[in-house]
Ligand binder design. Structure first.
Ligand code: PLP
Length: 387
């Protein structure tokens, strides 16, 4: 019988493939070091778990308003005021959504028409390309250069055509760890406003910021005209399976997304929403957890791989990954990742999973306990130095 040509043509995620292979090896009793998954290794803060249990016990398990319960949207609004200085109307300018992935999908679905072009600074998170294609739009890659992966308004301008409708930015960035400066971000937003296109800003790693200051798109007044900000609970609170996120944008866009939600997911999981309220009220617990774990893991990467000849580490300014170029960047990274799994038991994501500009790179997730990470990094170092 028939299948959709579009879906048939979408490629499976390379991360999922490596993960599946790693699970197979584990079933055979082999030790595998999981450096491939973007999943923090800690539990959500205890008050969040308690709130979810309480919501379950008290029957808060029904449909909620499609935009999410107002108490959650108010809490998101006050978090945004604290972290970005923006006043975002919880009634009209915020929608709670079933994960940032779905937030990106429904935002694109709400603003794009078939054939529209979406600029994707590359390398970039694996799902953007598939989401753009799923809404029958066309991804246009802006190749950025290792190790800083700088993006500026001139480079964006070179890739703009009359069909360009959206530029996606992601700071702190998965996989490169880059944080865009206030100037870079504002210039991008001003350019988008001049061109009459949207800036879709994926800010999911905003609490994973190490040395450099981080700026939200919401810090600039132009956001209300051309900005669409996607954020969520997965990374900050390690609530990946609870599927909760939000989109902040002007009311016309949020109304569009709301229509998509009403006919698809209805609302985000109710119990996750009650957990989300408590999560944001306890943001300090999440910040402490990140501060207690991530800097030591970054130091371990720098200590163990920093001086290795023939590799170039991108500066880890934010997010939860180390991104390294192997040799001159022409190495077959997919083959290398396969070898690392088969020979050393290291599951790692090949850079080309993140688009053409990721070729010849490997991405290491730092969502792994420090001791385990150190052992895996030493094995990786030995393997790479004997290549
Ligand atoms: C850049 C980026 N955006 C969004 C997501 C997905 O977030 P969610 O779990 O809320 O769908 C991820 C997950 O890895 C990510 O790396």
């Amino acid at each position: 019988m028939y299948l959709s040509d579009l879906v048939t043509a979408l490629e499976g995620s390379a991360t999922a493939e490596i993960f599946a292979e790693a699970k197979k090896l584990e079933k055979l009793g082999k030790k595998v070091y999981h450096l491939e998954i973007g999943q923090p290794d800690f539990l959500p803060p205890q008050p969040v778990l308690d709130a979810i249990c309480e919501a379950t016990k008290t029957g808060k398990t029904t449909y909620t308003p499609s935009r999410g319960v107002i108490e959650l949207r108010e809490e998101i609004s006050s978090y945004l005021l604290d972290t970005t200085g923006a006043t975002v109307d919880p009634e009209k300018e915020i929608i709670a959504i079933t994960g940032a992935k779905h937030g990106l999908f429904s935002s694109m679905f709400s603003v794009l028409n078939p054939g529209d072009e979406v600029l994707l600074p590359n390398p970039c998170w694996v799902s953007y390309e598939a989401i753009v294609k799923s809404v029958r739009a066309k991804p246009i890659f802006i190749d950025l250069e290792s190790p800083h992966f700088d993006l500026d308004a001139n480079l964006i301008h070179e890739h703009v055509s009359t069909n360009t409708k959206v530029i996606v930015i992601n700071s702190p960035n998965n996989p490169t760890g880059t944080i865009y400066s206030q100037k870079q971000l504002h210039e991008t937003l001003k350019l988008a406003k001049d061109l009459g296109i949207y800036v879709m800003s994926d800010e999911i790693y905003s609490e994973y910021v190490f040395d450099d200051p981080w700026t939200s798109l919401l810090s600039f007044p132009e956001w209300r005209e051309v900005g669409i900000v996607v954020h969520g609970f997965s990374k900050t609170f390690s609530m990946t399976g609870l599927r909760l996120a939000w989109v902040a944008a002007n009311s016309r866009i949020i109304d569009q997304i709301n229509k998509v939600i009403q006919f698809t997911t209805s609302c985000p999981p109710s119990i996750s929403q009650w957990g989300g309220i408590v999560a944001l009220k306890n943001i300090e617990l999440a910040r402490e957890q990140i501060a207690r774990t991530m800097p030591d893991r970054i130091s371990a990467v720098l200590e163990i791989l920093g001086d290795l000849q023939g590799i170039q580490l991108a500066p880890i300014e934010g997010a939860m990954y180390a991104f390294l170029r192997i040799g001159d960047g022409n190495v077959d990274d997919v083959d290398l990742a396969k070898q690392l799994l088969a020979k050393e038991g290291i599951a790692i994501t090949p850079g080309s999973a993140f688009g053409p500009a990721g070729k010849g790179h490997l991405r290491i997730s730092l969502g792994v306990r420090l001791e385990e990470l150190k052992v895996a990094l030493r094995k990786l170092r030995n393997f790479l130095s004997s290549m």
